[in-house]
Write a protein that binds this ligand. Structure first.
Ligand code: HEC
Length: 288
């Protein structure tokens, strides 16, 4: 069903959160009006869950803090210096309670104010931050129900116990599309799953991130697949002409360039995404 709403029951999202086509982009052959684009056929699970904030054992003031402030100043008040969120530990050495209350209400610099807080909330919060006696138990006015009821359960793929997509292949594809008619010229599975290939299964296609470069004389260069290969396809029919196992998977779009009349193609092999091994190399090939 298209546009199935998210709920407590899982909904399969296909093609997933990341889309079919990805940020690697498409390459185009303007002469022939053809666009080449790789795609992921990966189902994801969209599910919501009840938002039950962990307020147990917290004083009233701390529960207010956790609700409104911890997202930036962190759970333990230590802040995140690298992101510009100051620590609020020992803030009483720096600010008087009046100054603190004023900043909470009006904000300061990058921080917007919190005029919506009730006077009880402000009192509890400032007592907590000033390390005053703040023993009042979590009040009923701060029940989870008044706030965000549900939250997103995370970015989970729909996988088998072997970690493969729980749908039939192809799981990754490469396409040539006629821009004038909108018709597919060809579509092929893109990438191999070695353990299945060894058992004799046909090319499954794999998850892939990173675009292609296409040349006038008919070659399409692309890495992107989980199997860590760099491939050259025949742009006319989608046949693999050449492949090379990179030092790490290349979730990147290749760059083509020329030096002293010689043509090169380079690709960054960073790996790591999709659980593949990490890499730190840029590999360049010359085209003659
Ligand atoms: C969206 C992020 C964000 C939230 C939420 C937030 N703050 Fe801040 N806070 C900041 C930033 C950023 C600064 C630094 C502002 C500046 O100096 O430009 C700051 C500064 C402060 C300061 C001044 C610290 C100092 O060393 O002078 C206090 C006090 C403070 N915040 C309290 C709170 C309280 C209490 C809450 C919860 C009601 C809260 N903040 C929620 C981002 C946030």
């Amino acid at each position: 069903r298209i546009y199935a709403p998210p709920g407590l029951n899982p909904v399969l999202l296909f093609p997933g959160y990341d889309g079919a086509a990805e940020w690697g982009g498409a390459s185009a052959d303007p002469e022939n009006g053809v666009i080449y684009v790789n795609s992921n056929e990966m189902p994801w699970i969209m599910q919501m869950e009840e938002n039950i904030p962990d307020l147990e054992g917290l004083s009233y003031g701390e529960s207010v803090y956790q609700k409104y402030c911890a997202v930036c100043h962190q759970k333990d008040r230590s802040g995140m210096a690298a992101s510009g969120f100051p620590s609020l530990i020992n803030i009483s050495d720096k600010l008087s309670k009046e100054e603190l209350l004023k900043q909470i209400k009006l904000g300061k610099g990058m921080m917007t104010g919190f005029p919506q807080l009730t006077s009880i909330e402000k009192e509890g919060l400032s007592s907590f931050l000033m390390d005053e006696n703040d023993k009042k138990e979590v009040g009923s006015n701060l029940a989870a129900s008044e706030e965000i009821l549900y939250k997103h359960k995370g970015y989970n793929k729909f996988l088998t116990s072997d970690g493969l997509p729980a749908i039939s292949p192809p799981w990754g594809t490469l396409h040539a599309i006629d821009l004038n008619s909108g018709e597919f010229i060809w579509s092929v599975p893109f990438g191999e799953t070695p353990e299945l290939k060894n058992q004799g299964y046909p090319t499954t296609g794999t998850e892939n991130y990173g675009g292609a470069v296409v040349t006038e004389n008919g070659l399409l260069f692309i890495g992107a697949t989980k199997d860590g290969y760099f491939r050259v396809f025949d742009k006319h029919n989608g046949k693999v002409l050449w492949e090379y196992k990179l030092p790490a998977a290349a979730f990147a779009t290749p760059a083509m360039y020329q030096v002293n009349g010689k043509q090169y193609i380079a690709i960054a092999c960073g790996g790591e995404k999709l659980g593949t091994e990490k890499g730190n190399q840029i590999v360049a090939f010359s085209l003659d």
